[in-house]
Design a protein. Sequence first.
Length: 693
Amino acid sequence: MTYLERVMSNIEGIPKSMIELMWTHSSDVIFIIDLYGNIMKINPAFTKVLGWTEEDIILIQHKKILPQTKNTELSVIMQSIVKREAIPFHEVQRLKKDGSVIEVLAAYHPLIDSTDEVVGAIVMYKDRNEKNQKLKENQEKYQIVTEHSTDLITVLDTNGRIMYVSPSVESTTGFTFKELEGNLSFEHVHPEDRQEVQDIFFQIVQDGIPRVTDFRLLTKEGCSIWVEGKSFPTYNDDQQLSRLVCILRDITERKKYEEELKLMAYHDTITGLPNKRYLMDTLQLLIEGRENSSSLLVVVCLDIYRFKHINDSFGIFSGDVLLKLLAERLVENSKPQEFVARLNGDEFVFVLEEESQEKISERITSIHRLFDEPFKMNEHELRLGASLGIALYGIDGFDAETLLKNADRAKMAAKAKGKNQFAYYHSKMDQKNYEKLRLENDMYRALQNKEFVLYYQPIIDVQTGKIVSGEALIRWKHPELGLISPSEFIPIAEETGLILPIGEWVLTEACRQNKYWQEKGYPPIRIAVNFSARQFMYHHLFRSVQQILKEIDMEPNWLEIEITESTIIQDEEAVIEMIEQFKQMGIHISIDDFGTGFASLSYLKKYRVNTLKIDRSFVKDIHHKTENAAITTAMIHLAEQLNMEVIAEGVESKSDYLYLKSKATNKMQGFFIRRPLNPTEFEHVLLNGVEQF
């Protein structure tokens, strides 16, 4: 093993290959001496820099390369090495083989063997001449970079005075270096940003930590540009902070874009009014500044009466125009200290500051009067009304969210009273009415926001356990209230007319899903879709169903339309005609909830539907309720005579299931069979069937 290999084997924590790489390829002089100062090993850079070869120098005293005036230096160095003290880089002179003297930076580090004994030192020289040459080269490169950089480069002294600027500063700001040299840089910063920039500058001077900030820089023409300033300190040979280099990048276009984004983020795109985010931030700031205020802070929620009807009649673009006209009228008639915002749809919010309750009432009246004059839109004059809900800070809430929520509740109560009403919030408001009105309002947006989903309840053949059809059941995934049952929102949809677009969505989605299952190769089944009386009597229904089936490319025989008993007792001739039209297309028709209303069994003969569904009220506990059993048995026998299929729905227990099975009821659905399933779950049972009970 060579001396170098022994040395390298004793340097722990550094891979041997890395040491060899550093030793061989370093441009710095590296050599090893023993405790007597004898040179034991040199790297290639030793010969390149000092001229001595291994044959010349090995086992020769280290002092051979020291000038005669420095001979005592070696003994001082070795004393430190023996004490295990490293000697950091310091300036020294060394002799080259040709007798010339060079300046180097020298460092010594004790070399310790595996027995923890000091056996010598590793020495490194850095050539100062080479360093100066590199410095010159770097300065030339720096000049090239600064002269051609599009960034604005400035050099400042520790007081902020300008020492140098790149040519790009003149081309961007119009100021020449002669005009700027010696000026305080802060004088060229926009007054609104000057103090912040000055503070950051002196923080860097104090702690030496580079910083980045955005500010506006003044041009010679008196305009300003936005720049991103990156400032960092530089140090002299004494390691004292001597100047700051600032690299400024023109970000004016970026700032414009950010302002546009901010405007979009905080303003409504249709009316230009502040949006909910802006409203909440402003309201919270007003609340935080209430400490010494004697005025009353009021939040007023405003809802346009029957705006949905206007949208439906004239189209959504006309609706947008109307919203703009209303926003203009609200802003034009607002006081300087008031804040007006648009939440969404036809909902607006006023934030008022009034001296007394009486003044609040006067202001509410004046807001209502804004709707006395009609809104002119093309050749139409539209008269609007508004429902107003009022909440007061300190009484109805202490934060922005609570105030807005309670003002909205009050607005719902006002809406329930009729057109052009207002209401102050109070905690005893009818929660049920509020929830109903809220659902009505939210339902207008639910379709657009894709909040409705379909579940599918299997209908099985009792003998085989296979699914023969499924019933599509709508659910509402409300973003705040969670999953809402159709029993809660369908009656509201019926009242408002929303049942028509909702029903069309259900039909489309159910057909689309069924077609998807067919294309995946699952056993084909019929999917039943419920139609209310209002839907079924809609004059465009037949054409709408035809269009949906055509667009989805699904055969009509895989669709089943369920109508309720209340439907068949409406307009007898119209209902019969509609049923026949659908049957001729190949669509199956079933009567749901039969026996729960006023229809008699004679209706079954008259309407000739395909399927009769026995309502759950007759099925529940049928095994021990003789009256239910008798009615159900009669319906089963009549349906058989009329060649109708019979489905028992609402089967929820094994006892009911077995009883119905014993009465030759071959098709059933209910929680005992399977609860309503999402499409993925339904696929599983569609493929595998259900277990025999």
